[in-house]
Design a protein around this ligand. Structure first.
Ligand code: 5GP
Ligand code: MN
Length: 328
């Protein structure tokens, strides 16, 4: 039986119970877009779906949840979910909460993703790693399920695809990606609304921090790797969280000759998240895996313990060695 038929059968079996729809912590546009699109589409078909994320929706994606449906796992701890749909997550650790322990009544998990490293943790797995975004995977899945895509659902799907492709620029963008974008506009996606919320919605604070962070940008002697960092104290001082920093790493990447760009974010004292971006010569996913992380060829990440300076030193030294051994 095809995956879409298996999913249709699972949905039918669980028609009377709320369905948990979730994605990875520190959600990005593809995660929020896919979770909100799946939730809306299920609700429009009469299934009681509840969107859940460990972390709040970053400000630039809040317009995708006008009815304030998103819940934290703690908010819905009493719901006896039997079915969960997990989006944009290569493994269950990415959720930031223990899915089966938090919701012990779960009987089935549907895994919809586009990460090459996906561990296929679901009872049904729709993992298409050549797709630019999980929202692109979802467009074809919803089509197969005969699920309605209303304009707000189209906005959510369009947001996921355009953010994961850097506005249809990165190499994962295929002819199908562009066709899917065109279809979503036909279905009512409003690119002005998406642009004004996602790309033209920066709080003044964030631009001030960006200028500070860029002031301390570092580049290796050969100019192949560049990086920036932000301390926990700065995050607190400027009242920012990880979601506010999503596009900062794009700045070191734009530098001429740079193949690898890094951003070290001290999310808590002694706990650093590293974002990795690369151009055509380097595989970001392989670099992230050196420190137990993962992701895609051009965008990956890992989480490390240690002080900001320690992590910066360890990671940059290791990556410089790795790039030298690759001749990059
Ligand atoms: P970002 O730097 O935007 O947080 O993450 C870029 C990509 O790297 C994400 O789409 C995700 O696939 C991956 N990624 C980020 N952090 C981690 C991590 O800690 N573990 C794994 N496996 N992947 C990560
Ligand atoms: Mn994604």
């Amino acid at each position: 039986m095809s995956e879409s038929l298996q999913i249709a059968a699972l949905l039918e079996m669980h028609r009377d119970r709320p369905i948990l729809v979730t994605g990875h912590r520190d959600p990005d546009g593809d995660c929020i877009g896919s979770v909100m699109a799946m939730t809306r589409s299920l609700r429009n078909m009469g299934y009681p779906a509840i969107p859940v994320n460990r972390d709040p929706i970053p400000y630039r994606y809040r317009f995708l949840d006008p009815d304030d449906m998103m819940r934290s796992p703690e908010d819905v701890i009493l719901e006896r979910f039997h079915l969960a749909i997990v989006l944009d997550s290569s493994n269950l650790d990415r959720l930031g909460f223990d899915l089966h322990r938090t919701f012990p009544h779960l009987k089935s998990v549907i895994n919809v993703d586009h990460h090459v490293s996906n561990s296929r943790f679901g009872d049904v797995n729709v993992v298409e790693h050549k797709r630019s975004a999980v929202c692109e995977v979802l467009c074809s899945l919803l089509h197969k399920l005969d699920a309605p895509i209303d304009p707000m659902t189209a906005n959510a799907l369009y947001t996921g695809i355009s953010t994961d492709t850097g506005s249809f620029q990165y190499e994962a963008t295929t002819a199908d990606t562009l066709r899917t974008g065109a279809d979503l506009i036909s279905l009512g996606a409003d690119i002005n609304l998406v642009r004004e919320n996602v790309w033209e919605n920066e709080p003044f604070n964030r631009i001030r921090v960006l200028s500070r962070v860029l002031d301390n940008l570092k580049v290796t002697e050969n100019g192949r790797m560049a990086w920036i960092k932000i301390s926990h104290a700065e995050l607190e001082h400027f009242e920012l969280d990880n979601g506010d920093l999503e596009t900062f790493v794009d700045y070191p990447r734009t530098i001429q000759g740079v193949q690898v760009a890094l951003f070290f974010k001290e999310i808590q004292n002694g706990f650093v998240k590293v974002s990795i971006r690369s151009k055509s010569e380097v595989d970001s996913n392989k670099l992230a895996q050196l420190f137990g992380g993962g992701g895609h060829k051009r965008a990956a990440g890992c989480k490390m313990t240690g002080s900001l300076d320690e992590v910066e030193q360890n990671v940059t030294e290791r990556f410089i060695r790795e790039l030298e051994s690759n001749g990059s």
